[in-house]
Design a protein around this ligand. Sequence first.
Ligand code: ATP
Ligand code: MG
Length: 749
Amino acid sequence: MSKNKDFLRTIVEEDLKSGKYKEVVTRFPPEPNGFPHIGHAKSICINFGIADDYQGHCNLRMDDTNPTTEDTQYVEALKDAVEWLGFDWGENVKFTSDYFPKLYDYAVELIKMGEAYVDSLSEDEIREYRGTVTQAGKRSKYADRSVEENLDLFQRMKKGEFKDGEHVLRAKIDMSAANMKMRDPLLYRIRHAHHFRAGDEWAIYPMYDFAHCLSDYIEGVSHSICTLEFENNRDIYDWVLDTLGLKSARPHQHEFARLGINYTVMSKRKLLELVNSEKVSGWDDPRMPTIAGYRRRGYTPESIINFCDQIGVAKANSMVDVAQLEFCIRDDLNTKVPRVLAVLDPLKVTIQNYEGTEEIDAPYYPHDVPKEGSRKIPFSREIYIERDDFIENPPKDYFRLTPDQAVRLRHGYIITCKEVIKDPDGNIAEIKAEYHPDSKSGHDTSGIKVKSAIQWVSAKEAKTVEVRLYDRLFKDEAPEGLEDINPDSLRVIKNALIEPAVITEKPDERFQFERLGYFYADPLDYTDEKPVFNKIVGLKDSWAKKTKSTQSVPKPQVKKVQVDGEEASMDEVQQALFDMYTSELKLNAEVANILARDEHLSSFYKETLSLLNSPVSLANIVVNEVARELKEKQVDELNFSAAQIAELVKMIDDGTISSKIAKQIFEEMVQTGANPTQIVEDKGLVQISEPSKISPIIDEVIAKNPDNVAKFKAGNTKLLGFFVGQVLKTTGGKANPKVVNELVAEKLK
Ligand code: ATP
Ligand code: MG
């Protein structure tokens, strides 16, 4: 069940309770005239999600009533998208075109009842006769045709005796209805066009308003859920079904707000324009807001579903910040994917006092308990670092390598710059450096203080890869069209370097390149000879500051920051805080940096610290969770207090709750202002650490997945994470990951 019960689920529950329907049947009814986009994902999640939640089913129905724009490639793309998101449409995909004969019969019935007529006005006349919002319309003189004449004309329309536009079939309702849609709506029009499924059999095609309600009825749909722009069409929906006397368990239409996202266009028409203009490489260009685009870029279905869940279902249209979608993918990948070292803009460093080679053992998941796995990183005299991780004349608070400031090589040693070699043009060509033998990460006895650790690769063993840096397709928050495209939305780096294990071990398809972002092995272009990686999303929102200040015109010149750019220097107070955080409280530089620079955040942190002596855990929650809230609100507007945060952290520290559950509790605190202890009690969220309780769950997961057990035993140790994940999922995240990890490893031995 989705976390929140929205108004649609409330309606569904009431209808089931009152016995209005025995089973919930929904449908997702796209027109196959383009690739589905993130808005469709919302509709898919709602329709399939509701069917799942109430043990009903959802049909995937191609609403293919317009032969001139539809195509089988779009049918396939729609099927792919639904499947990829993890939903199941049962036996068959449905097509409105399969109902053409039945729909025709219903139309004939309406004519016989005197409720529909063939009109022969021109398109312009029809529009003119319709009137305006303030002025009633006028009925066509053809509305008085006899039933016989109407039947004859309609049959001949079907046979193809007339040209496009010569006649239409209209419902005879009310030309002065307040709802303009009810002013004798069109039911059928003539189209001499080849239909991708029905072929040339039909010269007439039903209009949406006629076909949709009847298709729903034919399929036994109970809840016909669509977007708000169809609100006025609901009267026709009801009129058609009621007039035809289709009463028993007939479907009802319910509307919800359409999803809009900033920095993109969404309608299929505009997306088609992008494809046709060749500004993008196709519907699945990784910058497109299509499911196919997200998929190729490396988004996960989980992140998209999570996003749809977060934005919820409402009745009021609103614009969602694309940053929220990006947050969801980051959040999903953060704990899932291995972290590796890559260098996009290599600068050679020769370590003069190092001879030979060695291999450094480094975990793939340095921050996360439930996942295991490590690789060896080769280290040698010649390495590459990121060009902008060295500055000759650094600003005051530059944390990385300078002629006077040492830096740590991530997982490796601390190095000091000895000499800067330049080419004849004055560009830095190479750094001569020395390493400190007693400074190896994890065994550092050197006493040398550094402010950051940077990524690097060994020159000889590193593999060359192509990296495609994708960014938002539009530079404008509310783009009008092609002219608003972000010229930096794609940058290709042909000769990036990556540590060899990524290519030889292939521990995953998605990675965090440390300090650079999340990346995905391109599913189409990646080969062992030429590996290609797409940037999925950065590690943080590089657009956040820009959007606050520059909402509209004049359009900002977007300067892209690819690798962590320079930040403004810290003032003295901030610097002192930073030093205290890193040296006394042992916070890592990243966390200390965020705290030190944010006065409100650091004072909030200080308050929590005065209540609980757990500097690292508190800092993590403050920087990761509290900071998000403080971005939007003042301290006194927060729904929670420093004391409650301390209370929450205390429960993590003493093992009462897992840190995963803590996030969930925090969300609840934000929403309701409730006490963390109370939430844990009310919802039964206490962490499960007893092996006797966890063991049977593991056995169950093992029993359910014999294939994966076999694969694991055959050597695919990556699957350990799968089993741990399943167990955690089964317990709703309550199981102690460390205990689960140990037990699973033991059982699978
Ligand atoms: P577009 O305007 O992008 O072409 P559409 O509404 O014509 O979209 P359809 O293929 O007819 O797209 O729609 C299939 C289903 O998806 C409909 O029920 C529609 O309401 C829903 N849908 C389309 N766009 C969105 C959106 N942005 N947010 C939520 N649901 C959407
Ligand atoms: Mg449309």
